[in-house]
Structures are given as C-alpha cells and as structure tokens.
Design a binder for this molecule. Structure first.
Ligand code: ADP
Ligand code: MG
Length: 668
C-alpha cells in the first residue's frame, strides 16, 4: 500500500486527514506485542528512568561512588555497586534473614526497614547482583553433611597411598635433600612408621569380627565371642573349637556334598559345637533344645566314622551294625530315621529302625540285608538281642538321644543291658588318652576303632550321671542356650508356696534368716502387688523402693539410685521395669510371683550373680505357673548349682513343653 502511494505522487489534504484518522484508529485498537517488543520497550523505559535518576543523583551529589574512598568514581556513569556497598547490603540481608536470633540482631543493628526503604531500582540492582538464590542459600539449614565432607566409603577401605606417611617420607627422602643427615633422619622415621603400620595391621585383626577373619587368625577371644554369638558353652578338657561353616568342619567331601544337597546352608549351634568334638573322636554330652538340629549333629560325624570302616560284605553284614542310635519312643526313633536316611541314602549306607509296632520276624527280615546303622527304642532292641535276631559284635558307635526321657520312661535297665552287650575290646581307656584325638582315631588290631559314645539330654538327673560315668570316657559337654552362660553363677531355688499370705510369711523368713545382705530385688507380676510387697518389706525392717511401668522415668531413676547408694535395702519391681536393671552385688532375686515365661525368668535371675559373683534366685511357685514348669525344670537341671525339687520334677506339667501339652489336650 505504501509503495502504491509513493508511485501516485503528492497526497491530497483529504488523503492526509484520512491517513491520520486511520493511524489514530490503529493506535486506539489493542495491539499485539511480541515478547521481543515488550522486552525492548521495558529496556527503553528502564534506561530512560535510570538516566533521569542519575541526573538527579548527580545534582544532589549522592551517587554511590561518592561514598567510597575513591573520590573520582563520581565520574563513572555505570551504576555498578562498589564492593563495600554490596557487602553492606549483604549484611543487611543477613540481619533480616536471621532476625529471629537476638545474637545476630545485636551484631547487625541495621534495622530491617533499611532494605525495605530502598528504592525499587536499588532493589532491582540488588536482586541482580546478589540474586534471590543468594538469599535463599543463606536461609538453608545446615545439615550434618554440610559440616564435614563425608566419603561414601569407609576409611579402612581407602587404599589410596597419597596420604600414607611412609610414601610421604620416602618421597622427601629421595628428593635429594642436600643435608644427608636430614635425609637419613627422614628415612629412619619412614621405617619406623612402616613398622608401626605393620603392627597396626596385626592389631587390626583384633578389632575385626570373627566372621571377617580367616581361620588361622582366630584368637581365643574370637572363639569366645563366636561361642557367645551362638550361645554355646562347653565343659571338659581340650575341647576343640566349634566350626564356623560347613567348609571348615573337617567333614569328608562326600558328606559335605550330601549336606549341600539336603539344603542345610549353615550349621545350627549344636552342630557347630558338637561336630568338631565328635570328629576328634571324643565322647560327647550334648544339651540342646528340641528342634535345634541335634540329629544331624550326631549323624554326620557318625557317617564320617563309618566311611572309614570296611564296607559290609556277605560275611560281616551278619555281625550287626557299626552304630546304634537309641531313642525313647517309636516316634522319636522314626524322626531320627527320616533325618538319617537323607544322608545315608546319598552315601549308600543302610539304616534300619527297630521299634515296637512291627513283628520280630519283620524286623529280622529287615536286618538280613545288613545295616550300618540301627535306630532303636531300648525295650525293642533288648528283645532283638535276647532273641538273637541282632548281634552287636562290631558296633563301635553309640548314640543315646533324649537320654533323660529314656530314664523318665523307665528304660535305665534296658539301656544298661544294651551297653553291656557291646564289645569291650575297643573301649577307651579312662585316662588323658581318651582326650587325645590322634590316639583315639587309631585302628585296633586292624579293623576296630575305639568305641565312641554320644549322649544327648536336656537335663542331668542322677541316673544320667550314672550312665555317663560308666559308659562315657572323658566326655566333652556342650550346652546350647541361655542356661549355659548367663545364669551359670546363679543358684536357683524354687518352692511351691501357694497363697499370698503364705508367700508374705515365707518372704519374711527368708529375708530375716540372715543369709542375704541388702540389696535384694523382689519381682512381682502386677503393679498392684508392688505396693503390697513393699509395705510388707518395710514392716519387717527392709526399706523398700518400687519400680513399675506406672512410675515416671525420674521416679525410676531415683528408686534405683537409692538402692545403689544403700539408702534402700530392697527393690520391688515388675518385669517391664526389671529389664536391664544393673545394681551391683544383688545377693538375692526373689520371684514373689513366677515370671510368665522362661525368657522373663532368665532376665530376672540375671540381676544377681553378675560380674562373676555368685547369687541366689528364689521363686515361689503355684499351679497357676504350670505353663513354665517344663522350661523351668530344664533350666534348673542345666544349672550345676541348682536342684530340681521332686514336686516340680514329677509335676505333670513339667513333663512336656506347654505347647506340646496343649496340642495333646486338644487331640484328646
Ligand atoms: P532336634 O533333634 O534337636 O529336636 P532335629 O535334628 O530333629 O532337631 O532337627 C529339626 C529340624 O531342623 C529337622 O527338620 C531338620 O531337617 C532341620 N535341620 C537340622 N539341621 C539343619 C540345618 N543346619 N539347616 C537347616 N535345617 C536343619
Ligand atoms: Mg531329636
């Protein structure tokens, strides 16, 4: 359109008027501005505004540069703040951002209004040069990792040698130092450092957990920790160390392969402790709970023994088995058989069980083929021996599983008969030689080896002790579980005292017998009883303090302090508060009420007999505590210092574990 107009020559007045009208109308219409246009316009406006301001400042003599030491800067037209000014602004910000802190406010008295009073341009400039991000950064809270740079590897994993003093020493020594004396000195120091580091390397083994060490680096202390980790304790002279893994067990490769096939990834505690003992041809007494893997702990060493024996042939198969395993009941014998077969079948050995429920002729038939292992209940085995269905003329490995139950079920006589039927030519000598693995693994007269006997039992009643004395030679005793350690120094006494009235009276008798010195701890099961027992103690002259869940932490602390300081003689506590109480020299723990389970009981009695000192734990029982009787009986019989009273030993509830009894009741 413009080019057309240009070609048409000068415009008429009407045209000019029309053109202006069009232009005005176009201006009045909303006009679309591109982003670029808007930026340009804003920039122009800003420049104009700045120039106007600059002129104004110059006229007033308040240009930034005039406050600096550099007087000439007033000629500088670029409005860039000088360093001191920017620092001032920063401080101003700081004080504003931290105005919550009175200390900062005192240090930076500049009022917050200073920044607010800044004109918009100054604010703009400030934001431009300091940036909003700067202000936010100052606000960010410090975290632990801000304080120190944290590497994501452990210092001991850092194998970089840059900071190793040895290398630093050597570098400076080899830099051709002019003073040879100094070089010598440095070299010497480097060697010393090397020595120190080498020694440190040795001591590093000490600070390592047993699981990280090679076997040959295991020290006495590591074995102690290892045993604690698995609640293993052992008794008897020269007991070999437990095994840390199957690979380190010393079992023959074919047995290890069978273990792997069966799927036992890690040995159980009793297996760790008992297998190395059995493999060193020692007799073993094992004490461990049901379900702890006892069967494999005697079957695996037994199999490694049999592997070394001559293979049974047409002649020798009628000389009887190489090993017998005795169990108290048919069910137990069958359980053992199942477990044993898992390994036997893979190794090509036969095992036969001789239990009630099958006719003698059936069993005679099963034995005809010969078997390396016979699993039997004592009564049935005696039957077979007496009827000459079975001879034991080459039996040299005997295992008695759940020996205490065999005695409880009245099998003592039969067990003795069986043990008497064994050949005597290969019995171990009753002297130190019986502890010597090398001597005990030798062959006697060609094919026989010394007889090895293992006995597993949960308790050690007198009959078991008799059998052990007569048929085991220098046995090593392995105990698994809490009874083995924590409470070894506590003599546990239990009495049936049924009513509360009788308990109060009995408590008075015990405390006033003169046998016990303060401090003592009395455990009750409910808070309410705390007050009652404490009142009774105060009445009989034992100043008592109370500790239960209803007390505040302060009150608990105060009570314990009084007991420790000797201001109080007795503490009356519930289980909740009782855990972890550490008061030295507690001479007596009295369970006014028996704990609801054996774990709590163990914790309670662990308050005495601490730090190697002896202590006594007394417990009042009634039929309300039946659920704990079985465990309690086990616990008492495992403790060398304690006795199981007849009333508990014979109590019906003490014959089987609570859960097992419950199941039986449900079935009936
Ligand atoms: P116990 O005779 O102590 O009551 P058992 O020997 O009968 O216990 O073992 C209990 C169960 O644990 C069995 O089913 C057995 O197969 C399994 N067992 C034993 N040792 C191991 C092991 N090392 N790893 C996994 N399972 C195991
Ligand atoms: Mg078993």
């Amino acid at each position: 359109m413009a080019s057309q107009a240009a070609r048409r020559g000068p415009q008429s007045v009407d045209e000019i008027i029309q053109k202006r009208k069009d232009e005005e109308a176009a201006l009045a219409k909303p006009k679309f501005l591109s982003k670029k246009d808007r930026e340009r316009i804003a920039l122009e406006k800003l420049t104009k505004h700045r120039e106007a301001k600059l002129q104004q400042h110059q006229q007033n003599g308040t240009f930034y540069g005039s406050t600096t030491t550099n007087g000439t800067s007033s000629t500088n037209s670029t409005p860039i703040p000088s360093a001191p000014r920017s620092m001032q602004q920063q401080r101003g910000d700081y004080s504003r951002n931290f105005k919550g802190s009175s200390r900062d406010a005192a240090k930076n008295p500049s009022p917050p209004s200073e920044t607010e009073n800044l004109d918009p341009e100054a604010k703009l400039l400030r934001e431009r040069y300091m940036g909003i991000a700067e202000i936010r950064r100052q606000k960010r809270r410090r975290t632990a990792s801000d304080r120190k740079f944290t590497f994501d590897w452990k210092t001991e994993d850092d194998t970089s040698s840059d900071y190793n003093p040895i290398y630093r020493g050597e570098v400076s020594a080899s830099l051709g130092l002019k003073n040879t004396g100094e070089a010598e000195e440095k070299k010497k120091r480097a060697l010393e450092l090397q020595d120190i580091l080498r020694k440190k390397k040795d001591t590093d083994w000490d600070s390592m957990h047993w699981s990280e060490k090679p076997l040959d680096k295991m020290k006495e202390r590591d074995w102690r920790i290892f045993k604690e980790d698995f609640s293993v304790s052992t008794k008897g002279g020269s007991v070999p160390n437990p095994m840390r893994s199957w690979e380190e067990s010393g079992l023959p490769p074919e047995i290890l392969r069978a273990v792997e096939e069966v799927g036992y990834k890690e040995p159980s505690a009793i297996q760790r402790a008992a297998i190395p003992i059995a493999l060193s041809c020692r007799d073993v007494i094992g004490v461990a709970e049901t379900g702890s893997g006892k069967t494999a702990s005697f079957v695996l060493p037994l199999l490694s023994y049999i592997i070394e024996m001559p293979v049974l042939n047409e002649v020798t198969k009628s000389d009887g088995p190489y090993a017998i395993i005795l169990a108290p009941t048919r069910e137990l014998a069958q359980q053992i058989e199942t477990e044993t077969r898992k390994f036997c079948n893979r190794l090509g050995f036969r095992c036969v069980s001789i239990v009630g429920g099958h006719t003698i002729s059936e069993q005679s038939f099963a034995l005809q083929e010969g078997a390396e292992i016979v699993i039997a209940t004592p009564g049935r085995l005696v039957d077979c021996i007496e009827r000459r269905v079975l001879v034991l003329s080459q039996c040299c490995y005997v295992i008695m599983d759940e020996a205490d139950r065999m005695i409880d079920l009245g099998f003592e006589e039969q067990v003795n008969k069986i043990l008497e039927a064994l050949p005597v030519t290969n019995t171990k000598p009753d002297n130190d030689d019986a502890e010597n693995p090398r001597l005990m693994s030798t062959y006697l007269g060609g094919k026989d080896r010394y007889r090895q006997t293992m006995m597993y039992t949960a308790t050690m009643p007198p009959a078991i002790e008799r059998i052990a004395r007569q048929y085991l030679r220098r046995p090593a005793t392995v105990i698994i579980g809490s009874a083995g350690q924590a409470v070894g120094t506590v003599e546990q006494r239990v009495e049936f005292v049924t009513t509360e009235e009788k308990r109060r009276r009995r408590m008075g008798e015990i405390l006033n017998s003169g046998e016990f010195q303060a401090p003592v701890i009395v455990f009750v099961n409910i808070k309410k009883n705390c007050d009652m027992v404490a009142r009774e103690l105060n009445r009989i002259g034992w100043k008592a303090v109370i500790l239960h869940g209803g007390k505040s932490q302060d009150q608990r602390e105060a009570a314990l302090k009084q007991l420790r300081d000797g201001e109080a003689d007795a503490l009356v506590a519930t289980d909740l508060a009782g855990r972890g109480i550490d008061v030295p020299d507690v001479s007596l723990v009295l369970n006014f009420n028996m704990a609801k389970n054996i774990e709590d009981y163990t914790h309670r009695i662990g308050r005495t007999g601490r730090a190697g000192k002896s202590g006594i734990a007394m417990t009042f029982l009634s039929n309300d505590d039946q659920d704990t009787f079985y465990d309690l009986k086990q616990m008492l019989s495992k403790s060398a210092l304690s006795k199981v009273p007849d009333e508990l030993r014979r109590h019906e509830a003490a014959q089987a574990k609570f859960a097992a009894r419950k199941t039986m009741q449900n079935i009936q």
